[in-house]
Write a protein that binds this ligand. Structure first.
Ligand code: ATP
Ligand code: MG
Length: 174
């Protein structure tokens, strides 16, 4: 019944908790796990950007379609044009790839066999929903809050919008 899970991650602690749940479910059900990251164009977390730059990942960011170890990294042409120009943009792409690589490694080590990754650029919630629709996902797993984690709100705007508009079940992990 659950054979196709989409896991949305912004790299936050909340998304890490969601990842743990998504991995657990995928391992138990033998489901495909698709890890989705939407580039954090509006408010890239400064400390994370610096981390990427320190590691010289920004310059080394592989901004192309690649097939590595059976894991497909899908980066669209629009994304390349939009982000290749500026240094911050490259850091954001590198950061996204870093988040997905770490999540892929974790899922793989936990025994999930079928792992895919997708990086997109655009409205966060719409991109997550589009991926789920495209893949005919059974469930989206995501954090209830994310990177902003503003006090006073129980639910983040992305998890709220996805919960409201997705065509499949949505599990928001606390
Ligand atoms: N850029 C993103 N790419 C992939 N998943 C995301 C992205 N942003 C948020 N998410 C998913 O949505 C969850 C909730 O994050 P959300 O952005 O809604 O909360 P927030 O950052 O605390 O608040 P807000 O962004 O509304 O100020 C995250 O844990 C993650 O699973
Ligand atoms: Mg957010």
């Amino acid at each position: 019944m659950i054979s196709n899970i989409v896991l949305a991650t912004d790299g936050s602690d909340h998304a890490q908790h969601a990842l743990d749940v998504g991995i657990d479910m995928a391992a138990k059900y033998g489901a495909r796990l698709t890890l989705v990251h939407v580039l954090t164009h509006d408010h890239p977390p400064e400390e994370m950007k610096r981390m990427v730059e320190v590691e010289h990942m920004a310059d080394a960011a592989p901004v192309h379609n690649s097939e590595q170890g059976g894991i497909s990294m899908k980066l669209g042409r629009a994304l390349r044009i939009g982000y290749q120009e500026d240094r911050d943009g490259r850091a954001i792409v590198a950061l996204g790839e870093k988040i997905l690589k770490a999540a892929t490694r974790k899922a793989s080590e936990a025994g999930v066999k079928d792992i895919e990754t997708e990086i997109h650029s655009g409205d966060y919630a719409n991109c997550i929903i589009d991926v789920a629709n495209k893949l005919d996902a059974d469930m989206i797993v995501m954090g209830r809050r994310g990177l902003s984690n503003l006090k006073g709100f129980v639910t983040g705007s992305v998890s709220h919008k996805v919960s409201q508009r997705a065509g499949c079940s949505v599990l928001t992990v606390k």
